[in-house]
Structures are given as C-alpha cells and as structure tokens.
Design a protein around this ligand. Structure first.
Ligand code: DSN
Length: 424
C-alpha cells in the first residue's frame, strides 16, 4: 500500500481501517469470505485495463490475445471443478454478479410476461428470483419484467414439502422454476425439483450461489444432473472474488452468451475473471475439501450450541454453512440484535424467517454463517466460544457496559486468528 498511501492517504487510511476491522471482528455473514493473497493479486492486476467485449477469439477489439487465454483457462477450470463434460455443458464466466447472471438466464430462455416460480423470499429465496412484496410492490426488476410466483416451506418444520411444491407448480404452470436463495439452511432435493420442472414443462434453474464451494468439494449434493441451468456467485463458499458463472446445457449456451453480451453488459471484468480462475484452482486442492467439511461441521456445531442455549434455529439445524435464528420466542428483534452484536464486534445480518410477521428492515431473525471464520482456521472449539459470546450479547443487548466488555473480549479473541489475504 506504499504507493497508494503516498498518493492518496485518505483512501489508503480507509482501506487500512477496513483491514483492521476484518482482523478484529468476527465475520459471520454466510455470503462473505476471505480470498487468498493470490486471488487479491489477480484481481488487482493490469487485466482491468483491457476492454474485451465478446468471447474467446470473437472479440470486438484487438489486443485480447492474453485475455482470450485467461478466459478460456477459467472456463476449462470451472467445468473441471464441477466434473462437467465440455461436450455437454457450457459456462459463461463474465457476469459481474449473481443477479446479472440470473437475469441473463431469463433473458435467454423466457419472454417478458412469462411466469417464474422461485422460493418465497421470507423462506430463504432471493430478490433476483422475481421478488415482490406481499403488498404487490415490485421490488426486484425481475418481478417487473416477469410474473412471479413462489413455493413455500412448511412453516411448522421450516423445510420444503416437495409434494406441496409440485402442487404449486401444477397450479401456477411457470415457464421457469428456480431453486436456491440466501437463507435456506437445508439441502435442496435437486432431483425432485428437476422432476417437478419436467412435469410442468418448465426450465429448471438451480441457483447455488451460497453452496457453490460446498458442492465443488462434494460436501453438499450437486444439482448438475437435474438442472438445465446452474448459476452461482463466486465470492461466497467458493472463496473467490466478486463475480458469477452460468453453467448451461450445451443447447442453451449460445443464447445465454448472447444474453450476457451484448444483451446485458459490455466489457467483462477481466481482473475478476482471472481471480475466479485462481479461486477455482484453489478449490481443486484437497485442502479445500477439508475446508468445506469444516465449514459445515462448524455451522452444525454452532446451531446445536445455540439450540442448547434456548434459541429457535429455523428448520432445527443446518446441512450447510448457514443457520437462521428465529428470535420471536426470545422476544428479540433481528435489527436490534444484529446492531448489538455489531457493537460487540460480531457481524451478522438481520433476516426474515419463515412465517415472519416483521418487516424486511426489522425482521424476526438473524442469519449466521461459518465460511469466513473457517477460512481463519476456526474449528468446533472456537464455535463454543463464539456461541457463548453471541448468547451473552443477545441477553444483554441493552446493557452498554456489558456490550463494551464483550467487544473487548471478542476483539482479543478474533485477533488470534490470521486473516487470509492479509496475514497469510
Ligand atoms: N447478498 C447475498 C447474501 O447475503 O445472501 C445474496 O445476494
């Protein structure tokens, strides 16, 4: 940071403050992680100087000889990591985010006004799967273009009843069915979802943004056998930089490429694509499997411990990297609890829970995840300490003295664990 500090100390200082924050706080937002130094170097490279509209060997501008090789390599690695046959599957690595990737899929496969069926947001779905508020307000652009409908968890269990999902699909007759989202703690039955989509003549898109790293490591099941399209972001459990990928059966690949460029975007983020390539190589190592297994073991441990402390864990536990605490039985709110935890250096996000009666900006739950903590080398033993911190802060959330005492303890605890990309 020497050059930056000399040239722009204001910005350099803010970046240093963020580095400090990432060291001193416990990062439990399940969609966040720490990339390696190698990923940071690729993303901070001169690749960002180049415009590369188009695709490998089909660019609109000259000078893409190296970019072509990079994009081809990243695509090859992406297919290899998920065990896909290049003859049967295509992959587009250019979307800058998951929402853009999803929009590209809809643009390629369905028409404006067509129906999309996704997981209800309060039950763990995502904005880009056609979210509109229960009062009809079309919050996501996808719900303005397409007609959204949803499937729901069984409120008493917090899990999907696939017979109900099938009934709903038969009633709604959507053109595309989407699984995945941001806050469903259980594995999705991809086989069942694929069968339901087939029965109603819909495309099946599995959005595995959250689970991508766990699927790659074989720790969670894979949707590729059953889905027409699989989308994912690269920054979550896959531990890459911000970016996204769209995997599609070969017959849809050309339409999807056209939808990404020139349909929705111009020049791709070459630096980010290279960073994704580095992360994909890292994810092929046996150490990544160990990491992914530990992510899930940590989440299960945290869920069990919090349950023992009297918290209502949505669906009774987790199969993956995230858990959702329904705070209604404790007479706590998501917003207040997340703020108190932040003051104590524990970073989570407020979240809606199944059957939520609160508002999205003050919902009844908080969402916790273990990918970032695990990247810092934390294991079950540390989850015990963290569960203790969380419980203590939640129980004393209006007690300023207790919160500031906890903040000091959490900071000292966090600083013992190196942050990848910064300290290792
Ligand atoms: N913002 C992401 C998450 O936190 O789950 C989803 O896009």
């Amino acid at each position: 940071m020497k050059q930056l500090t000399k040239q722009d100390s204001k910005l350099a200082n803010l970046i240093k403050k963020e580095q400090q924050r990432q060291r001193e706080q416990l990062q439990l937002i399940p969609s966040e992680n720490y990339v390696s130094k190698a990923v940071l170097q690729a993303v901070g490279s001169v690749l960002m100087n180049k415009y590369s509209e188009g695709y490998v060997q089909k660019r609109y501008y000259q000078g893409n000889v190296n970019i072509d090789k990079i994009e081809a390599l990243v695509k090859k690695r992406a297919l290899k990591l998920f065990g896909l046959d290049e003859e049967k599957w295509g992959v587009n690595v250019q979307p800058p985010t998951g929402s853009v990737a999803n929009l590209a899929v809809y643009t390629a496969l369905i028409k404006p006004g067509d129906k999309m069926m996704g997981m209800f947001l309060y039950d763990g779905g995502h904005l880009s799967h056609g979210w509109q508020l229960p009062d009809g307000k079309k919050v996501s652009f996808t719900s303005q273009i397409y007609k959204p409908c949803y499937y729901y968890v069984d409120i008493s269990k917090g899990v999907f009843d696939y017979e109900q999902v099938e009934k709903q699909a038969k009633k709604e007759k959507p053109q595309i069915i989407i699984s995945g989202g941001t806050a469903y703690p259980r594995e999705i039955n991809y086989k069942k979802m694929g069968q339901i989509a087939k029965k109603v003549g819909a495309y099946y898109m599995a959005d595995i943004a959250h689970e991508a790293g766990l699927v790659a490591a074989g720790v969670n099941s894979s949707p590729f056998k059953y889905a027409d399209i699989v989308t994912m972001t690269t920054r979550k459990t896959l531990r890459g930089p911000i970016g996204a990928m769209i995997f599609s059966r070969k017959k849809y690949a050309e339409a999807i490429d056209r939808a990404v460029f020139p349909g929705l975007q111009g020049g791709p983020l070459n630096h980010s694509i290279a960073g994704i390539g580095v992360a994909l190589k890292e994810a092929m190592q046996s150490s990544f499997k160990v990491y992914a297994r530990q992510v899930v073991a940590n989440a299960k441990t945290l869920a069990k411990l919090l349950q023992k402390m009297g918290y209502n864990i949505s669906s009774g536990g987790t199969d993956k990297h995230l858990l959702l605490i329904d705070l209604r039985s404790k007479n706590m709110t998501g917003k207040q609890s997340a703020l108190a935890l932040e003051q104590a250096n524990i970073i989570v996000n407020k979240n809606t829970v199944p059957g939520d009666t609160g508002k999205p900006w003050n919902p009844s739950g908080i969402r916790l995840g273990t990918p970032a903590l695990t990247s810092r080398g934390m294991k079950e033993k540390q989850m015990e300490e963290i569960a203790g911190f969380i419980n203590h802060v939640l129980e004393h959330q209006t007690d300023k003295k207790e919160i500031s005492r906890a903040a000091k303890q959490v900071k000292a605890f966090a600083k013992q664990f190196p942050v990848p990309g910064l300290d290792s």
